[in-house]
Design a protein around this ligand. Structure first.
Ligand code: NAP
Ligand code: HSE
Length: 365
């Protein structure tokens, strides 16, 4: 079946997550096409080292070290930022939004620190800024808070938000690995940040907690408000002592809103085995949301790694396809849209486009 419409994307980054996106778009191509009537095609990927072996078929798109190849290409509808870091990622995202390209990002530090600014820019430009992959890997918790709990008042968030730390603690506990060996394995498996201090010192969990808190509660939660402690001081002896008490140690993020203020904490906690989070092992994450109407909701899934993170990125691309646009929703199989895109014509974001636009959700639904 030939798709009536193609969503063209450009990747900023072709490491663990970028590779997962390319592979999953290919492996699930028919599923995406049959669900949406559209196909998603990668046109280019930005990397630092073009010659680096990637264990990936890159023959269908351009691999470049020139960001402008992606950012000024008029055919590209969505820029997927999976390179990480603050700069140049922030400048590239700004340029993409200013060019009226939708942006999908997995960059939690950037969002926790500058999400307001980037979200407001996206709103002004009438495009989407989507970030499901930035929190808890494959668990669709961002969309859950933004779209499915909007009539509820969320009062607390508690969870395991870092796959690397959970993997390290589990391996120390179950396999007797040293901290250093377990961290090395997590890096090899693609779970850890480029600078793993971000994981093990609790910064990464703090960014994710701040993103969730800013969506869930009516008061702004800067990252600096998180009381943070990592797992670097947890010794093998601490793990054994916990076990002897029938407990496990987990790095827990907790945010609570009492109607006046928000309290945010990240730190190692001793959990009795009966605690729902004690059974969350390996690279898995878990998030429990407490809300006034629904009560407790707990989500568990893989929190890091190539495919779970790619799943979140691709679901954001599907969300872009659901964004009202005369080019792909009205009607779904419009011939004109794909013809315009195939010819590389920059679409004219005319009045009808914005009239139909659903307001993008940044910190609200
Ligand atoms: P990664 O494996 O280190 O890949 C980063 C990619 O970006 C590489 O292809 C690198 O190029 C490219 N890159 C980095 N800086 C660049 C620059 N200045 N100019 C051009 N290209 C640049 O990282 P990752 O694990 O995929 O993570 C990417 C992002 O996703 C980060 O924000 C991370 O926090 C987030 N994330 C990761 C996971 C995970 O499980 N890994 C999960 C959720 C979110 P080269 O290949 O040439 O070096
Ligand atoms: N380094 C992060 C983690 C990647 O281990 O959870 C997913 O955000």
């Amino acid at each position: 079946m030939e798709s009536a419409h193609t969503l063209y994307i450009g990747l900023l980054g072709l490491g663990t997550v970028g590779r997962g996106v390319v592979r999953s778009l290919e492996s699930n191509r028919r599923q995406i096409e049959s669900r949406t009537g559209s196909s998603i095609k990668v046109l280019g990927a930005l990397v630092r080292h073009v010659e680096k072996p990637r264990n990936l078929d890159t023959s269908a798109f351009t691999v470049t070290d020139d960001p402008q190849t992606i950012l000024v290409d008029p055919r590209i509808d969505v820029v997927v930022e999976v390179m990480g870091g603050m700069e140049p990622a922030k400048s590239y995202i700004r340029q993409a939004l200013l060019s009226r390209k939708h942006v999908v990002t997995a960059n939690k530090e950037l969002l926790a620190r500058h999400g307001d600014e980037l979200g407001e820019l996206a709103d002004r430009q009438g495009v989407r800024l989507l970030f499901e992959a930035s929190v808890a890997g494959g668990i669709p918790v961002v969309r859950m808070v933004q779209q499915y709990l909007t009539a509820n008042r969320i009062t607390s968030i508690r969870g395991i938000l870092n796959g690397t730390c959970n993997y390290i603690l589990t391996k120390m506990e179950e396999d007797g690995l040293s901290f250093a060996d377990a961290l090395q394995n997590a890096q090899r498996l693609g779970y850890a940040e480029a600078d793993p201090q971000s994981d093990v010192e609790g910064y990464d969990s703090s960014y994710k907690l701040a993103i969730l808190a800013n969506m869930a509660f009516p008061i702004k939660s800067p990252v600096s408000a998180v009381q943070r402690q990592g797992i670097t001081r947890i010794s093998e002896q601490d793990i054994r002592t916990a076990q002897s008490k029938g407990c496990v140690i987990r790095l827990i993020g907790e945010a609570a809103y009492d109607g006046l203020q928000v309290n945010l904490q990240v730190g190692p906690r001793l959990l009795p085995r009966e605690d729902a989070l004690a059974g969350v092992r390996d690279v898995f994450n878990a998030v429990t949301l407490t809300a006034d109407v629904v009560g407790d909701l707990t989500f568990i899934g893989r929190g890091a790694g190539e495919l779970p993170t790619a799943s979140a990125v691709i679901e954001d691309l599907m969300e872009v396809l659901r964004t009202p646009s005369p080019y792909w929703n009205a009607p779904l199989r419009s011939f004109g849209a794909s013809e315009a895109n195939d010819k590389g014509v920059k679409r004219d974001p005319g009045a009808a486009y914005f009239d139909n636009m659903v307001a993008p959700a940044w910190l609200r639904s």
